[in-house]
Design a protein around this ligand. Structure first.
Ligand code: XMP
Length: 605
């Protein structure tokens, strides 16, 4: 039963941010739908507008995404974003060229106020916008005019007023474009959309969809104790009744201190008699014993989840064909695992490993929150009357602390290390800091692509402002790095004396990280600095100075985890945290990750 009808169609060219566009439109109480660019005109015949997303490719790539050029004949407004803007320019007779400067991050957009574009109604003459691109539009199609420019991009925004065609080189859908929402709101107005999206409507639609999809079958659900799986479980209970839903929490040994007990207590308080817990920490630890590669770690952990779940199903004698697997997957989980046809793989989330992908193809998986973002899930949780402390838990990855304990067989080789360090220091000099590159690696996302690169250590000037600038400068200009970490303790490090310890995933290391994480959580709570923090991963890395290891603090501000800014905690609290951590045996150094997302991801692996 269609309760919600789409008004705008978003054609997906593989950007990390495509679903974010749909979400922004939902925030305006308008429902939109995402389609492949090859969509037929018949499929979108009721559209009031079209948005062309960004994407990782270049319009000149042989592998450039195929699309239906007929869309440009439609007499409805069309907005192209980033790659979508370039595609529109090229398709309509303009020219796209490779940029000399690749722009990633903040840029200043000068708006041509004289042109009086409705797309920019209510904006100032200069606006901060978020860029992530290599190519740029070097010549506009006929009857188009530039309505905004940046330092490195003359046609950063253009329009054809008469035909209601608009192109933006930047991403108005990310929160780092502070007035991006106004731009999207203006486009929705230009499309003459009516309000039709509310969480209450969504709940009604989701209940109806779940009943239809599940049919006469039942749902077996893995519950992590986090917001998403709990809300999905509550929703399924409401749609199908508790007798047809079985909830299982698997203790994988990668949980935080006392977390397994907390989860049982909470679920009991919600009166879910259909909730159970199984301890499988041994199986998980055994499976990842010798793995150092983050992707392999994620894949193996995902597989063990399924193995354990199967064993439980067998022991409970629940017939396979009658049971579907329910998952609390939310949208950002899927996008990083190449969630859309044309996107790059950033990370394999535990609920998107190969075995699950196969089950999805066979129609054995049910994911009621697939299109939502965390804060929408929280809103849905409120609609389902779940307790506040469950709804407001910080996100925690499915593979848990396993992706926060970095492992290494040996130091990861760095080509031209001296040259890189000279460049780092030459850039650092402007900011009164020194630096060096570290022979470990972590995951990043740059220009819609996954990177696996080294972090740079920054030593010296500890003002947040400087760290913000220097981290951006280093990651933009030094190809070999995707993160910058500020040294909190000790005051100095001789890079020659730093060693990368051979380390794997062991209970001992997990316990060490559990201890430090508990210290950090307690301090954050006591000092009440957690309010704005989206998530505070604490990472254990095999960077050794005196035979021990290092801790990296990674608090971030974010709205939906698609982009993030490193959090600026008051220095006295940082100092207190460091003092407490340094009392823990086995910790040699403490760093603070001062990288935004992009270029780094929130988690290190
Ligand atoms: P990154 O590190 O890619 O993470 O910036 C974005 C958000 O996703 C969380 N995350 C996961 N969540 N299963 C999950 O359910 C996973 O495998 C997983 N890996 C990362 C991460 O903590 C952040 O909130």
């Amino acid at each position: 039963m269609a309760i919600l009808k789409p008004q705008i169609y978003i054609l997906d060219f593989g950007s990390q941010y495509t679903h974010l566009i749909a979400r922004r439109i939902r925030q305006l109480n308008v429902y939109s739908e995402i389609k492949l660019p090859t969509v037929s005109l018949e499929e979108i015949k009721d559209a009031k507008g079209i948005i062309l997303s960004g994407g990782p490719a270049s319009v000149y790539d042989k592998t450039a995404v195929k699309y239906n050029p007929e869309i440009f004949k439609l007499k409805i407004p069309i907005l192209g974003l980033c790659y979508g803007q370039q595609l529109m320019a090229q398709a309509l007779g303009g020219k796209v060229s490779p940029g000399e400067v690749k722009e990633y991050g903040f840029a200043e957009l000068e708006i041509e106020k004289k042109k009086k574009s409705r797309l920019f109604a209510g904006l100032k003459n200069t606006e901060i916008v978020w860029m992530s691109h290599g190519d740029y539009v070097s010549k506009l199609p006929k009857e188009f005019e530039a309505i905004g420019s940046t330092k490195d991009c003359k046609a950063a925004a253009f329009e054809n007023k008469k035909q209601k065609r608009f192109g933006l080189q930047f991403h108005p859908e990310v929160t780092h474009t502070p007035n991006g929402m106004k731009i999207i709101g203006n486009f929705v107005k230009i499309c003459k959309c009516k309000k039709n999206w509310t969480m209450h409507n969504y709940l009604k639609q989701a209940i109806s969809d779940m009943r239809e999809k599940v049919g006469k079958r039942n749902v077996f659900m893995l519950i992590s104790g986090g917001v998403d799986s709990t809300v999905a479980f509550a929703l399924l209970n409401k749609a199908l009744g508790s007798k047809r839903v079985y909830g299982l929490n698997i203790d994988n040994g990668f949980l935080r201190l006392n977390e397994a007990e907390w989860i049982v207590k909470k679920m009991k308080s919600c009166c879910y008699a259909n909730f159970h817990q199984a301890d499988a920490s041994y199986e998980f630890l055994d499976a990842v014993r010798k793995i150092t590669d983050p992707e392999q770690k994620r894949k193996v952990i995902g597989k063990v989840f399924i193995d354990v779940q199967r064993k439980v199903l067998q022991s409970l004698k629940l017939d396979h064909d009658d049971w579907l697997l329910g998952q609390g997957t939310i949208y950002p989980d899927t996008i990083e695992t190449q969630g859309t046809k044309h996107a790059d793989l950033i990370k394999t989330h535990h609920n998107r490993v190969e075995i699950i992908q196969q089950m999805i193809k066979k129609g054995k998986i049910i994911e009621p929150l697939m299109h939502l973002y965390k804060d929408e899930v929280r809103e849905l949780g409120k609609e389902l009357r779940l307790p506040a402390d469950l709804i407001w838990r910080q996100p925690f990855p499915g593979p848990g602390l396993a992706v926060r304990v970095l492992c290494a067989k040996k130091a990861s080789p760095i080509k031209n290390v001296n040259k890189i360090n000279r460049t780092l220091n030459a850039i650092g000099k402007f900011h009164d800091v020194t630096g060096f590159v570290v022979p470990i690696k972590s995951v990043g996302v740059q220009g819609d692509n996954r990177t696996y690169r080294h972090p740079a250590v920054i030593i010296g000037n500890s003002s947040w402002d400087t760290l913000f600038k220097v981290s951006g400068d280093l990651t933009n200009k030094v190809r070999e790095i995707n993160r910058a970490i500020f040294l909190l303790y000790p005051g100095k490090i001789d890079p020659k004396k730093l060693k990368i310890k051979e380390t794997y995933l062991t209970k001992q290391r997990l316990d060490l990280l559990r201890k430090v994480t508990a210290i950090v959580d307690k301090a954050v709570k006591q000092k009440r600095v957690g309010m704005r923090i989206w998530q505070f991963p604490v990472v254990l890395a095999p960077i050794s100075l005196r035979g021990g290891e290092s801790i990296i603090l990674r608090p971030v501000y974010s709205k939906e985890a698609m982009t993030a800014e490193f959090a600026k905690i008051p220095w006295p609290v940082v100092k207190l945290i460091v003092k407490k951590i340094m009392k823990v045996r086995g910790i040699d150094a403490v760093f603070y990750d001062v990288t935004n997302k992009p270029p780094a991801t929130i988690e290190w692996e």
